[in-house]
Design a protein around this ligand. Structure first.
Ligand code: NAP
Length: 246
C-alpha cells in the first residue's frame, strides 16, 4: 500500500483526504498544525502538531516511509510550504503543492493590493466600517486603530481577554452565496472589506463587495517555493496515479 502524507488545515485538504479514502491502494495521513480547538473531522488517519521544522518533517517522512507528500496547506502558510519543499528534497519524497487560484479580477473591481495586514490597517481611512475575516493574529492588529469599527467573522470565539478591534464578532464559516454576504455587509453598513487574496470558498464576500461597489483591501500572497503545483484536486489525483502506479 502506498503511503501518502497530506499537509492539511484547509477545506481542500479535507476534500482530498475524503476522495483518497475510497482508494484501497493508498493509506493517507493528514497532518494538522493543531491550532484549531474543534477541527472538522477528516477521512483517513490524522496527526496533529508541528514536526519541528524542515528537518523534523524530513525525518518523519523517512521514518514513517511515506511515498509521496501533498502540501494542501493554505496559500498564506508560507513556513510550512518552505519546510515541505526542503523536507521532500532531503527525504527524496515526491512533492506536489495544491494551490487554489487567487480571487478573480474583473474590470471595474475596486481592489487595493497591499503586501501585508499591517499595511491594510494603515491604509484604511479614518472611522471606516470594515468587514474582516482573518486569523486571530491578524485581527489583533486592527485594535491599534480605535477609530475603526470592525465586523469580525471568526470560526472560533475569541478567548476571554483576547485583544480585539472595536466592533462586533460573528462566528461561523464564510457564506457560500454572495447574496448572504451582501445582506451581511448591508446590515452592518460596511464601507471596506479587508481580505487575504486566499481564493477558494471565501470568494462570496469578494463578489458581494463587487456587487455593492465596495473597496477591497487585498493582502498579496506570500512567495511560495518553486515546486510542482496543481490548482485542483483532480490534478493532484492524476499526479498521484502517475507517481505511484504508472
Ligand atoms: P505556517 O506559518 O506556514 O507554519 C508555522 C508552523 O506551523 C510550521 O513551521 C509547522 O511547525 C506548523 N504547521 C503548519 N501547518 C502544519 C501542518 N499542516 N501540519 C503540521 N504542522 C504544521 O502556518 P500557518 O499560516 O500558521 O497555518 C497553520 C495551519 O493553518 C496550516 O495547516 C494552514 O493550512 C492552516 N490555515 C492557515 C491560514 C492562513 O491564513 N495562514 C488560513 C487557513 C488555514 P513545525 O515547523 O514545528 O513543523
Amino acid at each position: 500500500m502506498a503511503k501518502v502524507m497530506i499537509l492539511g488545515g484547509t477545506a481542500e485538504a479535507g476534500e482530498l483526504a475524503a476522495r483518497l479514502a475510497g482508494d484501497d491502494r493508498l493509506a493517507t495521513v493528514t497532518s494538522m498544525a493543531g491550532l484549531t480547538r474543534m477541527p472538522a473531522p477528516v477521512a483517513g488517519q490524522v496527526r496533529r502538531g508541528g514536526f519541528g521544522g524542515a528537518d523534523g518533517l524530513a525525518a518523519n517522512l523517512m521514518n514513517e516511509e511515506y511515498d509521496v507528500l501533498i502540501d494542501a496547506t493554505h496559500p498564506f502558510a508560507a513556513t510550512i510550504a518552505a519546510n515541505a519543499a526542503e523536507a521532500a528534497e532531503t527525504a527524496g519524497v515526491p512533492l506536489i503543492k495544491l494551490v487554489r487560484p487567487p480571487f478573480e479580477r474583473l474590470p471595474g473591481d475596486w481592489f487595493i493590493d497591499v503586501p501585508d495586514m499591517q499595511t491594510a490597517v494603515e491604509n484604511l481611512p479614518e472611522n471606516a466600517r470594515v468587514f474582516l475575516a482573518a486569523g486571530r493574529r491578524e485581527i489583533r492588529l486592527f485594535a491599534e486603530r480605535s477609530d475603526l469599527w470592525c465586523l469580525v467573522r471568526m470560526i472560533e470565539a475569541p478567548t476571554p481577554g483576547e485583544t480585539m478591534p472595536r466592533g462586533e464578532v460573528i462566528l461561523g464559516h464564510p457564506a457560500r452565496e454572495p447574496e448572504a454576504e451582501v445582506a451581511l455587509l448591508r446590515e452592518h453598513d460596511i464601507g471596506w472589506v479587508v481580505s487575504k487574496d486566499s481564493g477558494g470558498r471565501a470568494s462570496a464576500k469578494i463578489e458581494a463587495a463587487r456587487r455593492l461597489g465596495l473597496p477591497v483591501i487585498l493582502i498579496s500572497r506570500p512567495d511560495l517555493p518553486d515546486v510542482a503545483t496543481a490548482a485542483h484536486i483532480d490534478d493532484v489525483i492524476e499526479w498521484l496515479e502517475d507517481e505511484l502506479f504508472s
